[in-house]
Write a protein that binds this ligand. Structure first.
Ligand code: MRU
Length: 360
């Protein structure tokens, strides 16, 4: 997608053929900065501190991290160590394990001398695949938006967190139908959940949509139910970090509450996902998906820009209180209207998911 008219991806192979560039998402929307990852441990750090984030982008960054490891030491021991370090960065997004498994399965049979070149090429291929997957998700979701637009004109979509192009290699998942609808001349407006505590909605989704000229309004995380009661939300589109074989969906904390409100108000609640986000080994999302707990300071402190533009971190909670910061929650399949994937829209159920199995 474009920033001030120039096409960008949030990750790219640098021209030297051995280092990786990223947009550093920790400084957005106040400052646009890029960073060069030169070693595997820098890729791991970028994932842990969320310079890159969002399930698909975490996967591609891990793949490049493995490639950087192979450049420095293509031995089996180095591959195993890189796998372990990268896999430990964040626990919830299954794309991380999916990408690392794919790298390891491809690289392990190769002679050491061929591993770096292969890892580099495979990382680039995975990045390009992600772009195409998300473009297709958008094409399927676009049909839903067209249908609403034909019925009532302006389409109001509510989204949570950032499942936008910054969370993928391009297009985003939840935002892909929105961008494609906007580009097709459909009058689409987005309610952007602020998404406390890290504000991925107010900081990142809003920034993206603004860059692309998509009409949107930031709302507090508590506003969605009220908007739905008053007919102000036609559809919810969200992303996912892990989807079970039975259709439960794990996404940014607060997604579950939006799904409950949507269910209560008869608002269709769609989850947009690339099929690598499905964890075929997991059946019960609430019981089995590991939920990341992040630092309490993310709840009690926040970055903001002073009137002169300087960015500062302030405390926003009563001093001396503890805080708990679970980063994801699970929305049971029964609350999900449909799963929008690159292979089409399916029911959030074991039968619906079965049609997406790689062997199907
Ligand atoms: O903690 P984050 O910012 O990595 O969480 C991101 C999300 O919850 C996204 O909705 C999800 O990864 C899907 S991204 C297409």
């Amino acid at each position: 997608m474009r920033i001030d008219g120039t096409a960008w991806r949030p990750i790219w192979a640098e021209g030297d053929g051995e280092t990786v560039g990223i947009i550093d998402q920790t400084t957005l929307p106040f400052a646009f900065r890029t960073k060069r990852l030169t070693r595997m441990d820098e890729a791991a750090e970028a994932i842990s501190v969320m310079r890159v984030r969002g399930a698909p982008l975490i996967g591609v960054t891990a793949a490049y991290g493995m490639a950087l490891a192979m450049r420095d030491d293509p031995s089996d021991a180095a591959m195993a160590a890189a796998y372990e370090t990268l896999h430990a960065t964040r626990p919830t997004a299954i794309n991380l394990r999916w990408a690392l498994d794919r790298m390891r399965e491809t690289l392990a049979p190769l002679p050491e001398g061929e591993r770096f070149a292969c890892a580099w090429a495979l990382s680039a291929a995975m990045a390009d695949e992600d772009v195409e997957i998300n473009r297709r998700i958008g094409a399927h979701g676009l049909d839903l938006l067209r249908e609403v637009a034909a019925r009532k004109g302006r389409v109001n979509v509510l989204t949570h967190c950032n499942a936008g192009w910054l969370a993928t290699v391009d297009w985003g998942t939840a935002t892909s139908p929105i961008y494609q609808a906007h580009d097709a001349g459909i009058d689409v407006h987005v309610w952007v959940d602020e998404t406390r505590p890290r504000n991925q909605g107010g900081f990142l989704t809003a920034w993206e949509l603004h860059q692309h000229g998509v009409p949107h309004s930031i709302v507090t995380d508590n506003a969605g139910g009220h908007l739905m009661q008053h007919g102000e939300v036609d559809l919810c589109f969200v992303g996912t970090d892990r989807t079970t074989a039975t259709g439960d969906v794990c996404n940014k904390i607060g997604t579950y509450l939006k799904a409950l409100a949507a269910h209560d108000n008869g608002v269709p609640f769609y989850v947009c996902l690339p099929t690598p986000t499905i964890d075929w080994r997991v059946r019960d999302g609430v019981a089995e998906i590991p939920i990341e707990t992040r630092a309490p300071e993310e709840v009690t402190e926040i970055d903001g820009a002073l009137p002169g533009g300087a960015v500062t971190r302030v405390r926003i909670a009563s001093p001396g209180s503890d805080a708990l910061n679970p980063a994801f929650d699970v929305t049971p399949a029964r609350l999900v209207t449909g799963l929008i994937t690159e292979r089409g829209i399916v029911e959030a159920s074991e039968a619906g998911l079965a049609a997406l199995r790689p062997e199907a």
